[in-house]
Design a binder for this molecule. Structure first.
Ligand code: F6P
Length: 441
């Protein structure tokens, strides 16, 4: 079947015996792989030990395919939180299936896995190139979305009933875990149905994928918020602009938004611990220096400071306390206790960012991801997602992609650059750094 390193070996339904109908295409040499790690010392050590370094299978059109496009029926489902570019991916999949491969039927399931489950009264929408041609101009997903699992047997019953042999699932780790459960049920029933994912996470937190679609748009949009925060903060004596950005467990949007706007003086992410005193101390240092400070906080940061939330969302994720609102109250309070009246303006652009259409870079990326997913699916690849690694599209097995959440490495290049640009102390715990100095004048 495949010859990639055991870590990233993807599954498929069987031998590809049908000549691809694609024209004017450079087919992907299926023996080509992309190294996971590019560190030369690591590679030398692996070669010396006789170990094949982990490598990804490269995405792209195959010369021979598994499915007969003339009889193939496909399905698309979008699940989880919204993200810029969802409609671009749907559009790209539909166009590639119908215009490039000549697949006749493509169904869109409504409102996530709910639309796939048997109890649902939601009828699948028939998708055509004509129907989806302009959907990329708006944000959100034309199919609708929902969180949470649905009975797997019912979902596979629906696929069987409609004769769908290739399902595209667009979603984050919950959706991908759901897709894997669908694959397991398909295997149990010994069916020939392929499931291919396109990873969607505005938080950019899926493992073995360097960037996910929508992230670039999110960072770009976040900059409007940090700019506004800067203008507000800089126009007030002891001004503070506080911006809360998405990032449930990983601070990628906050970190990149900070690097995109060097006016940000303090960046708080879930990966670092801080105390209110530590934040106030860092903010007062920056106010002393510049007269104002812009603070960016990721929604999942500082959860230890808030009462532990017991609630979970339908995907099973713990509902975080609102760190933005907490800091909006606590920071001025702490300054007040030192006799300093700060002016704090709070901006939470989360849903305004998430619901935007994709920017040019993401639109381009989504188009390629959609094509990659279709090429993989037509070749009978299953239980895998289209990844992106060092600017190449790859195949990543779903179990690997959902094995852990990707986090900002605090000793890595990204976070170290954030520290260098903001000038913030890498320890914002007051127990270590001491109490805030009331040194403002
Ligand atoms: O999809 C990830 C995400 O955007 C997180 O950053 C955020 O915590 C979550 O979705 C919120 O989504 P919702 O409000 O739709 O549950």
């Amino acid at each position: 079947m495949t010859s990639v390193s055991p870590n990233f070996r993807t599954d498929d339904l069987g031998e590809c015996k049908i000549a691809s109908p694609l024209r004017a295409t450079r087919f992907m040499d299926t023996s080509k792989q992309l190294l996971f790690r590019a560190d030369i010392d690591e590679l030398r050590a692996q070669f010396r030990a006789g170990v094949d370094p982990p490598a990804f299978e490269l995405a792209g059109p195959r010369e021979s395919i598994y499915f007969n496009p003339g009889t193939l029926k496909c399905g698309i489902v979008t699940c989880g939180g919204l993200c810029p570019g969802l409609n671009d991916v749907i559009r790209s999949i539909v166009f590639c299936l119908q215009e490039k491969y000549g697949v006749a039927k493509v169904y869109g399931f409504q409102f996530g896995y709910e639309g796939l489950a048997g109890q649902s009264a939601l009828t699948p929408i028939e998708l055509t190139t004509r129907r989806v041609t302009q959907i990329n101009e708006v944000g959100g997903t034309v199919l609708g979305s929902s969180r949470g699992p649905q009975p797997v047997d019912e979902m596979v019953d629906t696929l069987e009933r409609l004769g769908i042999q290739l399902l595209f699932t667009i979603g984050g780790d919950g959706t991908l875990s759901g897709a894997h459960s669908i694959v397991e049920e398909i295997r149990r029933r010994e069916l020939k149905i392929a499931v291919v994912g396109v990873p969607k996470t505005i938080d950019n937190d899926i493992s073995f994928i360097d960037t996910s679609f929508g992230f670039d748009t999110a960072v770009e949009a976040a900059r409007h918020a940090t700019r506004a925060a800067y203008v507000e903060a800089s126009c007030h004596r002891f001004g503070i602009g506080l911006v809360k950005l998405m990032g449930r467990d990983s601070g990628f949007i906050a970190s990149f938004a900070t690097l995109a706007d060097t006016q940000v003086g303090l960046c708080l992410i879930p990966e670092i611990a801080f105390s209110v005193d530590g934040v106030v101390r860092a903010a007062s240092q920056r106010i002393q220096q510049d007269g104002h400070v812009v603070i960016v906080v990721a929604e999942g940061a500082g959860q230890n400071l808030l009462a532990e939330a017991s609630e979970r969302d339908a995907s099973g994720n713990r509902r975080h306390g609102d760190i933005g609102v907490f800091l909006k109250d606590k920071i001025p309070e702490a300054f007040r206790a030192q006799g300093i009246a700060v002016t704090l303006k709070y901006i939470d652009p989360s849903y305004m960012i998430r619901s935007l259409p994709a920017n040019a870079r993401d639109a381009n990326f989504c188009l390629r991801l959609g094509h990659g997913a279709v090429h993989a699916g037509m070749a009978g690849k299953t239980d895998m997602v289209i990844g992106s690694w060092r600017r190449r599209l790859t195949h990543v097995p779903i179990p690997a992609a959902v094995s852990s959440r990707k986090k900002v490495a605090t000793d890595g290049y990204l976070w170290q650059t954030v520290l260098s640009v903001t000038g913030q102390d890498d320890d914002l715990l007051s127990s270590v750094t001491g109490k805030a100095e009331p040194a403002l004048s």
